[in-house]
Design a binder for this molecule. Sequence first.
Ligand code: UGA
Length: 450
Amino acid sequence: MAMIAKQCPDIQVHVVDLNQARIDQWNSDTLPVYEPGLDEVVREARGRNLTFSSRVETAIRESNIIFIAVNTPTKSFGIGAGRAANLEFIEKCARQIAECSSGHKIVVEKSTLPVRTAEAVKRILNSSAKDATFDVLSNPEFLAEGTAVQDLLKPDRVLIGGESIEAVERLAQVYGRWIPRERILTTNLWSSELSKLTANAFLAQRVSSINAISALCEATGADIDEVARAVGSDSRIGSKFLKSSVGFGGSCFQKDILNLVYLCEHFGLREVAQYWEQVVTMNDYQKRRFSERIVRTMFHTVSDKKIAIWGFAFKKDTNDTRESPAIHICRDLLEERARLVIYDPQVPEKQVRSELEAYFQDASGRLSDTHKGLIETNVSVVKDVYVSALDAHAIAVLTEWDEFKKIDCARIYEGMRRPAFVFDGRNVLDRKAWLDQGFEVHSIGRPGIT
Ligand code: UGA
């Protein structure tokens, strides 16, 4: 919305949310998300044609086009728990829009939704509206965190699905102010909804594919980065999204694939469901494999050993930790009674602790005294990467922050126990330099070398 406001100064954009604390942050100098370049975009438009408030009803009344951009997390209860999307917030929005609207409104689904959700939204709008008419469009978002501003400025494509040609055209004109028309694709509603889930499933599948091969590389002596380069040089395959890692994270990939799996099952397509579910299974395997490799390599015990964790965000250039592989690996290592010293340039201590606590909770949301105690005594969070490695037995690199590439490995080596183990879960360190320094380096997709 900030980008629309920036690019179209004559369009008034009102961002509304029930969470006043969050709105206050959007109105302050410290935005609630860390995203390179976003501060400038917001600063340019805020107060001119971009407002943030909790006046939901007024905003609905005053707007011609309404974007619904609420959470659609995986359901944690009832039918479809653990797979289906929770559509509670979408439905509440649709009801509120229906109640406050008059005249004609275009309602745009921006949230990622299961196929045919637009049908439900339409029914709710039309059955509860007093004196208003609606067109419903699907306009999924394809930006990635960390590169959001560039992705919005120069998207590969914008997708608009809808039945009404006029409504589709109206939204296309907004994007058309800065995006070439040939990049604005229009489809029917269901294709648009399904394309979003499919795009994320394909991307996640590439990561799981390369990660699957990384296990084979470790077993055979092949090098995953060399394999990725050779494979990705085929223009039919392409080189992007072939970076082997400790596993994919983020709020979208797993949620969207599970949602796709649930849809397939719903339509009786068992083999299709199983096919996509394997992408998530492989990702879980990759995370588990990494922590097991750490334990196995360190003489089958990490109990009471100090391990520096470099990076807690699910990828670089974001402070988002939702579904971060780091949470899983830290949990595995804590279960083995390791002492963790966590460093991430953007993630605050409070967030690290609450993620770990949430992950240790049982199904009824209870945190056992043992786990609470473990997080209190065995986890510390520091603000200096060099401090994190002092007296450590090992380092585990879990996020590919650029600053890790420039670290003075001699300085790190001086302060560490021997043998000094490094487990590079993102293949970002200069392997030769670290080996020459005396480290025992274990990288994803390469056999360990001392
Ligand atoms: C993803 C999609 O890339 C966006 O197009 C989509 O709009 C977004 O989800 C969404 O649905 O909201 P995002 O999750 O922000 O974006 O980040 P990605 O760059 O896709 O990375 C996802 C995860 O895959 C990260 O943990 C990343 O480290 C991992 N990854 C990515 C790899 O391990 N290897 C790669 O080669 C690429």
